[in-house]
Design a protein around this ligand. Structure first.
Ligand SMILES: C[S@@+](CC[C@H](N)C(=O)[O-])C[C@H]1O[C@@H](n2cnc3c(N)ncnc32)[C@H](O)[C@@H]1O
Length: 478
């Protein structure tokens, strides 16, 4: 006898798609989603699935298009708004993302996830008080959600309430005992407060509880090395390396401690991770450290007035590792426009964008941008960024190639301690930054084709009340 196949149930298939996405079976999910689309009329649920699949496949533009169409058809759907806020956030579109998240909260005031997304966006948009208000509600609704707890602590820290942030993390750790991410956040916060003894205590507590990963040991190593306990730090870095032998963040920290032979530059994932975590506190911290490089660049440009030679402006200008735009801010009223910026860290770039002084900002590696064909620059800035490169020849040669004759490159570098006998041309320091000798910078600049117009010893900033020695270099393409 013939058996009748049961008609496929679209809801069941949609559940299967969700499971497949969660398990990383993206091709299978795509095929089943196509069946769901054939069986049921278009609607928010299918659009949400398609967007989630695109997100998992790294296709944020496909996800955005899917959600734009779905929101246009159903603007009052809170779930679609929330998901589009998330996608826009990933794409660095902070303001539209915040508008969607706020809309989602209005549409569904009892949903904690909308408030959490809105809170994270408020932190990134530099509104920590609003962020704390949203995230406190999200945590009150779901006190054991570690992501909400971590985001609330980050918002509190961004607003300067670091004691409160530490308390929030401690309460979160007590509620979510097995979560290493909260432990790491607490250790990192203590390091940022320069309370290295507290950082060590927190990391040791996590280690004793058996909740520790490569990152935790890496942070412990950093805290111990800041306490001057270099042998203990080396042990912690060893443990970090065993747990995360290929983690670029850990490898760079370990290399900085001198346990591993280092590479000739800081790996991009390391730089991105450091500055993504640092973006919200970067400017107040550098101001507190008396960061001098933007002011030195401004004084150098006013002295040289390169715009007099051209009769036009000195630009276009490329700001390498522009970060939050501090160098751009110090110079943008001079005739150096248009000003373009490049940086690896999206959160640093978001703050640079908020200043409204850059004609363009790109998330990319400096060497990749300099290697592109394109217009020649009249001015290239490298403020406090060459310290993420050991060997300087690739950057200097690539910058020379992108500079028009008569153009200038302003650079800052960190130097070995003045009393260090016979320092190597460059080496990685314990804080993960490279130091360079003046002789090395001059040799590589001249080898690239530059005329060295000035190479002056200049304090870069102050740490623990001591000057950080460095150089201001003015390089010209003849
Ligand atoms: C210490 S901050 C300096 C920021 C800015 N130039 C200033 O003076 O305030 C260093 C910046 O360089 C960026 N950076 C480091 N290495 C980079 C690379 N290879 N490509 C692009 N950006 C890089 C970091 O993401 C960070 O934002």
């Amino acid at each position: 006898m013939d058996t009748l196949a049961a008609a496929p149930d679209p809801d069941h298939l949609a559940r299967r798609v969700r499971e497949m996405i969660d398990n990383g079976q993206l091709n299978a999910a795509r095929a089943v989603l196509a069946a769901v689309r054939r069986l049921s009329p278009p609607g928010p649920a299918t659009a949400e699935l398609a967007a989630r699949l695109a997100i998992a496949a790294g296709q944020s533009d496909v996800a955005a298009a899917e959600l734009d169409a779905a929101v246009a058809a159903d603007p009052g759907h809170a779930g679609l708004r929330r998901l589009r806020a998330d996608v826009r956030h990933r794409r660095g579109e902070h303001v539209p993302a915040a508008i969607d998240a706020a809309e989602a909260v209005v549409l569904d005031p009892h949903d904690a996830s909308g408030k959490a997304i809105l809170g994270v966006l408020m932190t990134e948009l530099g509104r920590p008080a609003d962020a704390v208000a949203c995230l406190a509600e999200a945590v009150a609704a779901e006190p054991a959600n570690p992501a909400y707890v971590e985001a609330l602590a980050a918002a509190q820290a961004a607003g300067g309430a670091t004691d409160l942030a530490a308390e929030t993390l401690a309460a979160g750790i007590a509620r979510c005992l097995g979560r290493v991410d909260l432990r790491n956040a607490a250790v990192l916060l203590a390091i940022r407060r320069r309370d290295f003894a507290a950082a060590e205590a927190l990391a040791e507590a996590a280690r004793r509880a058996g909740i520790a990963d490569a990152c935790l040991f890496g942070l412990l190593g950093h805290a111990l090395s800041c306490l001057g306990r270099h042998a203990d730090a080396a042990d912690a870095y060893d443990a970090a390396l065993k747990l995360g032998p290929h983690d670029p963040y850990v490898r760079h920290l370990v290399a900085a401690a001198g346990t591993l032979p280092g590479g000739d530059r800081a790996p991009s994932p390391y730089v991105r991770a450091v500055f993504e975590g640092y973006a919200n506190r970067f400017e107040p911290h550098l101001v507190a450290l008396g960061y001098r490089v933007p002011g030195l660049f401004r004084a150098a440009l006013l002295r040289l007035a390169p715009w007099n030679a051209t009769g036009e402006g000195a630009g276009p200008t490329l700001d390498l590792g522009c970060g939050t735009g501090l160098a751009g801010l110090a110079l943008h009223d001079l005739p150096i426009r248009p000003l373009h910026g490049v940086d690896l860290a999206p959160r640093m770039l978001a703050q640079a964008a908020a200043k409204g002084i850059y004609a363009s900002l790109r998330e990319a590696d400096i060497l990749a941008v300099l290697a592109e064909p394109g217009p020649d620059y009249g001015l290239i800035l490298a403020a406090d960024v060459l310290c993420y490169f050991g060997a300087l020849d690739p950057v200097l040669q690539a910058a020379f190639a992108r500079m028009r004759p008569g153009g200038l490159m302003l650079v800052s570098t960190e130097s070995p301690a003045p009393d260090e006998p016979d320092p190597p041309p460059w080496r990685l320091g314990p804080q993960g930054r490279f130091v360079h000798t003046a002789a090395y910078l001059r040799t590589e600049a001249e080898a690239a084709g530059f005329a060295v117009r000035c190479l002056a010893a200049e304090t870069q900033r102050f740490e623990n009340d001591a000057p950080v020695p460095g150089l201001l270099g003015i390089l010209a393409r003849p």
